[in-house]
Design a protein around this ligand. Structure first.
Ligand SMILES: NC(=O)c1ccc[n+]([C@@H]2O[C@H](COP(=O)([O-])OP(=O)(O)OC[C@H]3O[C@@H](n4cnc5c(N)ncnc54)[C@H](OP(=O)(O)O)[C@@H]3O)[C@@H](O)[C@H]2O)c1
Ligand SMILES: [Zn+2]
Ligand SMILES: [Zn+2]
Length: 331
């Protein structure tokens, strides 16, 4: 019976080590040993919950259930936010299983395991083989952060002639700059301050705007698309005037409250607001291949997969000093 160490959140936000034991593998279940995990901004939202944290996992297959078809012991695989779906609803049948009404997602299902730990048991159908060109540590942050920004760009058909804005240079944002640049777009970065300018330009940005204290923003060309990857909702009054007509805005930040956008500018300029969540499996596979081919990798800071390592990484992320994704590595 698989058993492994896990790291959980708690009411007061402190991290706790615990053990999870699973029954014998059945169906297409895979038991894997975790080798690396990214720390996503969304994990900060759940550190006060009594649940195992982490959803940017990479590991090596230890053993497989009786109905596994293609994975075998020793294979390197990743997984992200979604662990299961019904397989027969309209969303599942059209390859949009991230919107399945019975989807099993992080913080909603399987609370006894995540990617902060030494092992996990997941369905083969929701695991992704890691291409040879990507290390475990580089591949981990792609499982949620990379998948989320690639999904917004790819699923909603970004064209290489577009000017794409990326707001927020964090875990998601620094990957989004690379994906959009490699897709051939002109990339405009909007960041809180100018502290990240040099790195953003090296990652492929063509223009960089520091927003601190600005009453209005100035871009050399209006944005055809904007990915908002800040950790809180932005001031949409600043954003509306820099959008091109018929532009698309992808709000990706997880936040509370309502979406309030200047109403007439949206109507008169035909602006489209398109929410989205991680990536369906077909898109996730493509993202990994695209990243391996174009050498798109996160800039990482490594921490040990221990109570202290997780606590330190979360504090650094929360303080705004992470450059740009923490990766936890079991000792
Ligand atoms: N929709 C989805 O499927 C999905 C998937 C994953 C994550 N998310 C959400 O996406 C957001 C970004 O995640 P992440 O992992 O990239 O987080 P992150 O690494 O913390 O990056 C967020 C960035 O937002 C900016 N920022 C920091 N504090 C801010 C504040 N108080 N107000 C506005 N901006 C602030 C900073 O960029 P600058 O220094 O450049 O300003 C920071 O680097 C989070 O809300 C996360 O929960 C959504
Ligand atoms: Zn995430
Ligand atoms: Zn379904």
């Amino acid at each position: 019976m698989p058993s492994f160490t896990v790291f959980k959140g708690s009411k007061d936000g402190s991290i706790h080590e615990s053990k999870t034991e699973k029954p014998e593998l059945h169906g297409d279940q895979v038991f894997l040993k975790i080798t690396a995990s990214g720390l996503c901004g969304t994990d900060l939202h759940y550190r006060n919950q009594d649940m195992v944290l982490g959803h940017e996992g990479v590991g090596v297959v230890e053993s497989t259930g009786p109905e596994c078809k293609y994975l075998k012991k020793g294979d390197r695989v990743g997984w992200g936010y979604e662990h299961d779906s019904c397989g027969h609803c309209r969303e599942c049948l059209t390859g949009n299983e991230t919107y399945c009404p019975e989807r099993a997602m992080y913080a909603m299902a399987d609370l006894d395991q995540g990617s902060f730990g030494t092992g996990a048991v997941w369905r083969e159908a929701f695991l992704f083989r890691i291409p040879d060109g990507l290390s475990d540590e580089a591949a981990a942050p792609l499982q949620c952060g990379g998948a989320t920004v690639f999904n917004a760009l790819h699923t909603y058909r970004t064209d290489p002639t577009e000017t794409v804005g990326i707001m927020g240079v964090g875990g998601l944002g620094h990957l989004a700059i690379q994906f959009a640049a490699k897709m051939g777009c002109r990339v405009v970065v909007l960041s809180g301050s100018d502290r990240k300018k040099d790195e953003a330009m090296k990652l492929g940005a063509h223009e960089f705007i520091a927003m601190k204290g600005a009453k209005e923003l100035k871009v050399s060309r209006p944005l055809d698309r904007l990915l908002v990857t800040t950790s809180a909702k932005p001031d949409w009054n600043l954003i509306a005037p820099i959008m091109a007509s018929r532009a698309t805005i992808h709000p990706l930040s997880v936040d509370e409250g309502n979406f309030e956008f200047p109403y007439m500018p949206m109507i008169l300029n035909g602006i489209n607001v398109q929410g989205s969540v991680v990536a369906a499996r077909a898109v996730h596979f493509r993202m990994l291949e695209f990243a391996a081919q174009h050498k798109i990798e996160p800039i990482i800071e490594k921490f040990p997969m221990t109570v202290k390592g997780i606590t330190d990484a979360m504090e650094k992320l929360n303080s705004g000093d992470m450059r740009y994704r923490a990766v936890l590595v079991p000792q």
